[in-house]
Design a protein. Structure first.
Length: 393
């Protein structure tokens, strides 16, 4: 006889199971076994994908950071993540059901795929790989920023690429000298991607605290370098890499604020390249512009913005001001045109920055995903977000 304290629903299922013909019982057993194995695998994958918060020596270094308040990292100025008066659930409902009707392209996003392995090491170039993933080659060295080149579980549940936008995979990445991570959000730090390219990476430079996750993911400890704001490292070929402020936040399911977020600047003997990472407008853009005059190229976050989170993602109305504060000569934008993470139309970020650039002293570059930006000469690019993918009606 079955015990009376068996969980609700178990007794009817057992009766149903034992009453089945033997062949059907075997089929149900096999199905349940498959589901159990999948659940175990998914659980392990999810757990490993989350990564680890700093501990040991790295935690001690975190606690000494000027950005650490005793519990978590802080921005230079007070920065509420959400400013909506609707409350969390109403805001989520608006996100799920109230987004712009053109939130996704109807046709494939216009892209171009080149063989990254075939690029001459002597060429100084930038290739946007989609969203915030960048391939940068300067002074003979290759940098890879925030590569998110899969849509696998669990991050893939939210990060489903627009049609045609996922043209690059981990297999397309050549050997890179330096892997750079601005912060640990899922759309910037992808476990399947960094796991797949581990043997192609010479060294990892990441915002303070994230190195613990790379060590957990089996990257050699000697290759991992955590950086705090205003720290710099001298690389090969006369290149300097600076970790600089940003106005954002961090966390992956757990560990909110336990790792730092940052922007970066690559300085070579002949040029400066600024990569903003994620973040809202603040005084740090002006300070960086004063610290590094004559920035040749600024790659700026442009997309996934909303008034409800205006302090942690730059609004279109403030993006030109951020660019002018930096004093950059040329600008390209990213963090758009691959994933839907906000309420605006999919092509709105590109259209607004284009309109806002027409009377500005800086030159806006608008490459497609995969299109090469050559740093040694001026280029003209198509308005691909207008003439390419059609818009949902």
């Amino acid at each position: 006889m079955l015990s009376a304290d068996v969980p609700n629903g178990t007794v009817p299922f057992v009766i149903f199971f034992v009453s089945l013909p033997e062949m059907k019982r075997k089929m149900v057993y096999i199905l349940l076994t498959i589901l159990a194995v999948f659940a175990l695998f998914a659980g392990c994958t999810t757990f490993r994908s989350v990564g680890r918060s700093p501990r040991g020596e790295l935690l001690e270094r975190v606690r000494k950071s000027p950005q650490w308040d005793g519990k978590r990292f802080q921005n230079a100025n007070p920065t509420p993540t959400m400013t909506s008066e609707q409350g969390t659930f109403k805001s989520m409902g608006h996100f799920m059901f109230g987004a712009d009707k053109n939130k996704k392209p109807k046709a494939d996003v216009p892209t171009l795929k080149i063989d990254l392995n075939s690029i001459d090491r002597a060429d100084d170039i930038v290739v946007w790989l989609g969203h915030s993933s960048l391939f940068v080659q300067v002074s003979g060295k290759r940098f890879l920023f925030d590569p998110v080149l899969t849509s696998k579980f669990p991050a893939g549940m939210a990060l489903r690429p627009f049609r045609g936008s996922a043209v690059y995979s981990p297999d397309d990445i050549p050997d890179v000298d330096y892997l750079i991570i601005t912060h640990n959000h899922w759309d910037h730090l992808d476990y399947p991607t960094v796991k797949a390219i581990k043997d192609k990476v010479g060294a990892v430079y990441c915002s303070l605290g994230i190195g613990q996750t790379f060590e957990y993911w089996k990257y050699p400890k000697e290759k991992i370098h955590d950086m705090d704001w205003q720290e710099a490292v001298v690389l090969d070929n006369g290149i300097k890499l600076y970790c600089l402020p940003a106005r954002h936040f961090s966390g992956r399911l757990t560990g909110a604020g336990k790792t730092l977020w940052a922007s970066y600047l690559i300085e070579t003997p002949v040029r400066k390249i600024f990569v903003s990472g994620d973040g809202g407008y603040d005084t740090h853009f002006k300070e960086i512009g004063l610290q590094f005059p004559d920035i040749d190229l600024a790659v700026m976050e442009n997309g996934q913005y909303n008034e409800d989170w205006k302090y942690v993602h730059t609004l279109p109305s403030l993006l030109p001001r951020a660019i002018e504060d930096l004093g950059a000569k040329r600008v390209m934008t990213y963090h758009n045109s691959k994933f839907k993470l906000a309420l605006h139309a999919w092509n709105e970020p590109m259209e607004l920055i284009y309109q806002n650039s027409l009377d500005k002293p800086w030159n806006l570059l608008t490459p497609r995903i995969g299109e090469t930006v050559t740093l040694d000469r001026d280029q003209e690019f198509q308005l691909w977000w207008r003439t390419g993918a059609q818009i949902n009606n």
